[in-house]
Ligand binder design. Structure first.
Ligand code: AMP
Ligand code: GLY
Length: 416
């Protein structure tokens, strides 16, 4: 069977790795993939926003299943496009992808179905936005409505900051889409990424993950796509999981059914665990990155069986077993990331690391060498029963890998 993964990150490398780990009979392809993907499958050049171009590749390579990694093609309707043409594709359709593509839509949905989320106001007018921030005391949060690659959310401390951000959105129009914002209370607590597989009628929870979003140790510095993560977080337990299912997952699925939204794919709940229990910060309509890099190594069995059952709406017939061991990922990034960074630095000692899995992200293979080609370069992943040993072996590998300007967080998994 031939599987095509759309995307180029560590997430996509991990998805393909998991598929191959279960059976060598699966052949994997990626558009566009990365330097590490070439060791397990074929990378094909292509523009992932051009569905016609992807269709040609799917036909030429006789692909059986397409798996979509990132949110943009989902929001643009890639699933609708391929399903209409009779192909098997994994991910939510355009209507369902609105849960991530519009924060206003997601917030209104949560309000309607009484799913715990920060109190909020929505506006598409600059003047009204100013009136809202005049009333508010910091900290509160302003979120741009549309997709913004993690750059649309800002915690606001005072009126000046609030006014400035509204000006950037409504007047300077720093984001491409319609200017519209959610203004909401700032929640305090511990973040948790809780992902499920679902076909709307039933669901299977994945193992929980703590993602480290800030660039520097101690959660300092700018927000990034994620500098590392581990599973399960120390503050996770059975009672919390029951609460998440009862207050958040199940009401969300009931809401989807009532709204006639046919959601088939991965649904990712970005949660804040507060003193009053779990609250939803956001929905994502795809696997997380780097969450996937620690979730899939803990999964047993055949990911393709799960994916096919979701596409067919039979997820209730499938069971997934998870390994007891913990898993941890440290992302090595290019100098400057999450701001501007240089590319094309040679990555050395990749073949010298032991006892870990390397999921490539921003890398490319050129003349037999692996070069940096993005901000987040490589995720180093380990699995072990003992968190100390696990951190030890992952960081040993992180220190072994060398390229000019590499940086990484040293406190992944140090949570009490
Ligand atoms: P989002 O894209 O909505 O998940 O926001 C990105 C990040 O901003 C989250 O992972 C949190 O770290 C932070 N954030 C978002 N909303 C809130 C909130 N209401 N209170 C505190 N932090 C938030
Ligand atoms: N790691 C956060 C995300 O995938 O959105």
């Amino acid at each position: 069977m031939k599987i095509l993964v759309i995307g180029s990150g560590g997430r996509e490398h991990a998805i393909a790795w998991k598929i191959k780990e279960f059976s060598r009979r699966y052949e994997v392809f990626a558009i566009p993939g990365n330097g590490g993907f070439t060791s397990i499958g074929e990378c094909i050049k292509g523009d992932i926003s051009n569905f016609g171009e992807i269709l040609n590749i799917v036909n030429t390579k006789k692909i059986n299943i397409i798996i979509v990694g990132p949110e943009n093609p989902l929001a643009d309707g890639i699933v609708d496009f391929f399903e209409t043409n009779g192909y098997k594709i994994f991910g939510p359709n355009k209507k369902a992808a609105f849960f991530e593509a519009s924060k206003c839509f997601a917030k209104e949905f949560m309000k309607k179905y009484k799913i715990p989320t920060a109190d909020f106001e929505i506006t598409n007018s600059f003047e009204e936005g100013i009136k809202i921030v005049e009333k508010r005391k910091g900290p509160y949060v302003i979120k741009y409505d549309g997709l913004a690659a993690g750059k649309g959310v800002r915690v606001i401390e005072n009126f000046e900051e609030g006014k400035n951000y509204l000006e950037e959105i409504f007047i300077k129009k720093i984001f491409k889409g319609e200017p519209k914002v959610v203004i909401e209370d700032c929640l305090i607590g511990k973040e948790l990424s809780y992902l499920i597989f679902t076909d709307t009628n039933s669901y299977i929870s994945m193992v929980p993950v703590k993602d480290y979003k800030r660039v520097d140790d101690g959660d300092k510095g700018s927000n990034t796509g994620g500098m590392g993560c581990y599973s399960p977080p120390s503050y996770f337990n059975k009672e919390l999981e029951e609460e998440i299912k009862r207050k958040i997952v199940e009401p969300t699925l009931e809401g989807l059914q009532k709204e006639n939204i046919d959601y088939r794919g991965v649904l990712y709940f970005g949660l804040m665990i507060t003193e009053k229990g779990p609250y939803v910060l956001e929905y994502n309509v795809r696997f997380g990155d780097p969450e996937t890099q620690v979730i899939l190594p803990r999964m047993e069995g055949d990911l393709i069986e799960v994916i096919e059952s979701i596409i067919e709406g039979n997820l209730n017939k499938v069971k997934i077993k998870w390994k007891e061991e913990k898993s941890l990922c440290v992302v090595i990034a290019s100098k400057g990331y999450p701001g501007d960074y240089e590319k094309g630095k040679e990555i050395k000692n990749i073949d010298k690391v032991k006892d870990v899995i390397l999921f490539h992200a921003g890398t490319k293979k050129e003349n037999g060498k692996i070069l940096t080609d993005g901000g987040r370069v490589i995720g180093v992943v380990g699995i072990d029963k003992d968190i100390k040993k696990l951190r030890g072996k992952v960081y040993k590998a992180v220190e072994t890998i060398e390229f000019e300007g590499k940086h990484y967080r040293k406190d992944i998994g140090l949570e009490k």
